[in-house]
Design a protein around this ligand. Sequence first.
Ligand code: HEM
Length: 144
Amino acid sequence: MYGILKTIHSYWSFLVLFILIIASFNAFIGRFTSREFRSKDLRISLFGLIFSHIQLVIGIVLYFITPWFNQWSELGMGVMKNNESRLYLVEHPIINILAIILITMGWSMHKRQSDSSKKFLRIALFYSLGLLLVLSRIPWNTWI
Ligand code: HEM
């Protein structure tokens, strides 16, 4: 179960990063070219939202079954003294949850706007900020 979930979480990350990059660029381009917000734009942003939410759910389950989790009972707050355990147990989950909150905010704020330019701006800012947060806490040394 752990191995399968870790592999899914790992491969799903490619999809999440890919769609967030596309959604952010698409929104910036839409904003700067002042074009209309069409159903294609809505779908791209919606995919970004759904894919990152699925990753959130997988991540939360993985958190409790990863061997890293035992470090809490073995070391307690000592997990903060080790770079790796701090990354997996504290920084990676918290920053990614924050990133997904931002993406969700961007999605719901764009829905409340009727003006295309404002829709693009909400998606562009919140999705790209979320993307930067996700990128900042990927365990690059062990991934791929
Ligand atoms: C968009 C959000 C996220 C992305 C892109 C992401 C990406 C990744 C990547 C690339 C790895 C390394 C996988 C590997 O070494 O094969 C990883 C590991 C991990 N992630 Fe996430 N993650 C996200 C959200 C979360 C969340 C929200 C949690 C927990 C609440 C979480 C928990 C974990 C854990 C516990 C590991 C370590 C698994 C292990 O090595 O045993 N992730 N994540």
